[in-house]
Structure formats: C-alpha cells, structure tokens
Design a protein around this ligand. Structure first.
Ligand SMILES: [Mg+2]
Ligand SMILES: [Zn+2]
Length: 211
C-alpha cells in the first residue's frame, strides 16, 4: 500500500459494528432558533443593546450544556439582505447574546445564519426550512442528526427535523401563528410551553427546575 488516499469504491465494507461505533461517537444536538426563541423578536434587531433573553432561554441552554448536547443556533437573518443591518451588526448581537448567556452559566456551541432573502437573492438552500446550514453543522460538529432536537417558534424551524427523522419542538412566541401550531401538530411535532419545557421533554428529565 502506498500513502495514496483510497478511492470511495476501494473502501473496505462497513460492518454493523463499525456503523454502531461511528453513530455512538456522534452527539445529539439541540438546533435552536434565535429570534422569538432565545431572544425577544424585535423585528430586524440592529442595536446589540436591544438584545433581550427570553425567560427560560439561558436555563434551557444550560440544561443542554450539562447533557453534553451541542447547542447550535440556526437563524434566518434576511434583514442583512434587506440592508436593515450588516454582518458586523449581526456579529455584535451575537457577542451580546454570548455575554448574557455566560453571565448565566450557559453557552452556545456554534451559530449559523442565512443572510439572504428570496426577493433579493432568489431562493437559497440555507434559509430555513432549507437544511444547508444544518447539513454544515452536522458535519462540522459530528452530530447524530436523527437523535437531535429542532426547536423554534415557527414551523420552518422544526420542519428540518423531518429530513432526519428527528424530533421537533414548537415553542410558541407572540409571533407564532395559529396556522403554524396547527400544522406542527398535524405533522407530529411537539408543542412546548417554554424552552425549558422543550429541553426537559427532549432529554427526558421530568420536573426540571425552571430557574
Ligand atoms: Mg423565530
Ligand atoms: Zn440563505
């Protein structure tokens, strides 16, 4: 054998034990929406000083942290495409969220966002319910997609769960429409009363403290 990389078709066949091992090494993640789920939806938030955590957000994220489930924030940020705020504004908001969570002993493992809007750029693969950002995170964080949790206040946040046979939790916010709740229920998603409730049900922890 030389040091040449093997071509795909020359790879030895994967045994069931190898498959089990590689799955076991992957971690289930919590894919969580940002606006209306972790922070109050201020509609095209620009100023990081306006970032306000939703009650339960830090608590729920800390629960996932303790469970060693990577917390991955995936959000649509079409305000960037619309010129309402910039990538630099988005990064400043993110830094503010990180500070607020850190003060409460919680952290997000990684953030992904779609800066596009169909009216400006045409359709893209990364705007939820598209799964391009989830696909990227799954590779970059070695995530067990089927065992992961998809959480947010809109139907489009939980729909990607369908692609992986995973569980989705709709956590209604003031922005959630009755149609989204009805469609989520009809499609077998769960409705949680808060992010803590979603975390408790996802991880199978009854009577999780809410502070
Ligand atoms: Mg949202
Ligand atoms: Zn996009």
């Amino acid at each position: 054998m030389t040091g040449e990389p093997m071509r795909d078709d020359e790879r030895p066949p994967e045994t069931p034990a190898m498959r089990r091992t590689s799955r076991a090494l992957r971690r289930r993640a919590a894919f969580i929406d940002r606006d209306g789920t972790i922070i109050v939806d201020k509609h095209y938030l620009k100023d990081p000083a306006q970032v306000e955590l939703i009650p339960h957000a830090a608590n729920a994220i800390r629960v996932f942290n303790y469970a060693l489930a990577p917390v991955i924030v995936v959000s649509n940020q079409s305000g960037i495409a619309r010129g309402l705020f910039s990538e630099a504004d988005y990064r400043a908001q993110r830094a503010r969220i990180e500070d607020l969570l850190e003060e409460r002993g919680a952290f997000v493992d990684d953030y992904y966002h779609c800066p596009h809007h169909p009216d400006v750029h045409g359709p893209c693969e990364c705007r939820k319910p598209g799964i391009a950002l989830f696909e990227q995170a799954i590779v970059e964080h070695q995530i067990d997609a089927a065992g992961s949790f998809f959480i947010g206040d809109k139907l489009r946040d939980v729909l990607p769960a369908k692609s992986y046979g995973a569980r989705g939790f709709l956590v209604p916010s003031p922005e959630t429409t009755p149609d989204d709740v009805e469609a989520a229920l009809a499609q077998g998603f769960e409705i949680a009363s808060s992010l803590t409730d979603a975390a408790a049900r996802a991880l199978g922890i009854p009577h999780l403290p809410e502070e």
